[in-house]
Design a protein around this ligand. Structure first.
Ligand SMILES: Nc1ncnc2c1ncn2[C@@H]1O[C@H](COP(=O)(O)OP(=O)(O)OP(=O)(O)O)[C@@H](O)[C@H]1O
Ligand SMILES: [Mg+2]
Length: 231
């Protein structure tokens, strides 16, 4: 289980996350909703070791992981698929994937096959430079790259952003398939309808704070969620 307790973080005088509590149970697909600037990415960046919190604790299987450098966080089992994907453009698809195998915990051979099974398009384009991929393919590659580290919890920051609806469906089918395989996932998503249709627990953030939490069927009926995200 990933547990965040009393997390606060910011940028100089700007407070982005305030006294945040959140848990991701083993095997669960949790979604973190919230409008622009609510603090979702900052929360994920703190978990991934990319941003140093001011206070609070972040534990994975009861082991404190904050503050820890990114490479150590990855080795303990957390992998972030960042907003904007950040694939290495001059390298091929396969090189991008192989590169991240060595930052993770498990270096055996079948992870690449698992990624190619999840995203057959990546297999077809394995020798192509990542910079030449479409946005959707780059998103698949970014997810594949995170999976190569064999994460205990996969952190996804707005994987649907900027993608055509058909491609969003492909990416979400993969997220659902991973969840079915038992992968724990924390998903940040702006599309609340879509996110609530796949998750088993949800959090809503406003101004750096979790304001609503519950099962998707509860969230769908919550007046605040209805008003802000499901209109
Ligand atoms: N690098 C930065 N420097 C200064 N302020 C920042 C920086 N990154 C984020 N912030 C501020 O921190 C707050 C939270 O931002 P964050 O990116 O975590 O929100 P978000 O929920 O991910 O938003 P979005 O939906 O737009 O991605 C916002 O007020 C934002 O302006
Ligand atoms: Mg964000």
């Amino acid at each position: 289980m990933l547990e965040i307790r009393g997390l606060s973080a910011g940028y100089g005088a700007i407070s982005a996350v305030r006294d945040m509590d959140l848990s991701v149970r083993k095997g669960s697909l949790c979604v973190l909703l919230g409008s622009n600037g609510a603090g979702k990415s900052t929360t994920l960046r703190c978990i991934a070791g990319l941003h140093r919190p001011v206070t609070g604790s972040i534990t994975l299987e009861s082991r404190e992981i904050s503050p820890m450098p990114v490479h150590s966080v990855v080795r303990t089992g957390l992998a972030l698929v960042p907003e904007g994907r950040m694939v290495v453009a001059p390298l091929t698809v396969e090189e991008n994937l192989e590169l991240s195998r060595f930052s993770g915990r498990n270096r055996d051979g079948d992870t690449l096959a698992r990624v190619f099974e999840l995203f057959p398009r990546l297999k077809e384009r394995r020798r192509q430079h990542a910079g030449l991929l479409s946005g959707g393919e780059q998103q698949m590659l970014a997810i594949g790259r995170a999976l190569m580290t064999r994460p205990e919890v996969l952190l996804l920051d707005e994987p649907s952003m900027g993608l055509a609806p058909a491609i969003v469906d492909l990416v979400f089918d993969a997220i659902v398939a991973l969840h079915k395989q038992g992968q724990s996932i924390l998903l940040v998503e702006q599309n609340a309808t879509l996110a609530l249709s796949v998750c088993d627990f949800g959090y809503v953030m406003r101004r750096g704070h979790v304001v609503v939490r519950g099962k998707p069927e509860e969230l769908r009926q919550n007046p605040e969620v209805l008003k802000a995200y499901l209109t």
